[in-house]
Design a protein. Structure first.
Length: 164
C-alpha cells in the first residue's frame, strides 16, 4: 500500500454534488480493525459513501494509496489498528449517511474483522459533517456472514436512522 500513485476519490452518483468533480472537499476516515484473532487483512479495502436516498456518492478504491496518514512501513488493517486516512474529493450535496466497505479478498490473509468506519467531511463554505458507521462484522468468505462487504445505512427513514 504505497503512496507513489495517489488514488483519486471519484463521484459515483448524482449530479447534485457541490463543485462537481473539483476535489474541493476534505474527507477524513478512521477505520478500526477488530482485536480478535486473525482480524487483520492483506486485502485491498474500498470505501463508498452515499447521501440520503443514494442521491450522491463517492468511492475510494484503495484507502492507503488515496490518503494513508500512518508512518512509512505501517501495515494497514491489522489486528487492533486504528488507521487514519485523509484526502481531497468531490463535495457531495449532503452529509454521508450510508456506507459500503468492501474487500477484494486478496492476499495471504483475506478475512478482515471491521469494528467501525468513522467519516468526517468538510469543504469551502460548508459545515463539517461526521458519521460513525458501526460495522462489527467479518468481511470474509470463510466466516459469517460470508460476504466481502458490509453496508451500514444511517440515513433517515421516516425520521429514524436505519442500520443494515
Amino acid at each position: 500500500h504505497g503512496r507513489d500513485l495517489p488514488t483519486q476519490i471519484k463521484l459515483t452518483k448524482g449530479g447534485g454534488a457541490v463543485g462537481g468533480d473539483s476535489q474541493e472537499c476534505v474527507y477524513t476516515v478512521y477505520v478500526r480493525t477488530g482485536s480478535i484473532w486473525k482480524a487483520g487483512t492483506d486485502a485491498n479495502i474500498t470505501l463508498e459513501l452515499y447521501t440520503a436516498g443514494n442521491a450522491d456518492g463517492v468511492a475510494i478504491a484503495d484507502l492507503p494509496s488515496w490518503g494513508g496518514l500512518m508512518w512509512g512501513g505501517h501495515s494497514y488493517f491489522e489486528r487492533g489498528n486504528l488507521d487514519i486516512f485523509s484526502g481531497r474529493g468531490p463535495c457531495m450535496a449532503g452529509a454521508p449517511c450510508r456506507m459500503r466497505v468492501s474487500s477484494d479478498g486478496t492476499g495471504a490473509h483475506h478475512g478482515w474483522y471491521c469494528n467501525y468506519v468513522e467519516v468526517t467531511v468538510t469543504g469551502p463554505h460548508r459545515g463539517c459533517a461526521q458519521q460513525l458507521f458501526t460495522v462489527e462484522q467479518w468481511l470474509a468468505t470463510d466466516a459469517a456472514p460470508y460476504k466481502l462487504e458490509a453496508v451500514v445505512d444511517r440515513c433517515p427513514a421516516d425520521g429514524a436512522a436505519a442500520e443494515e
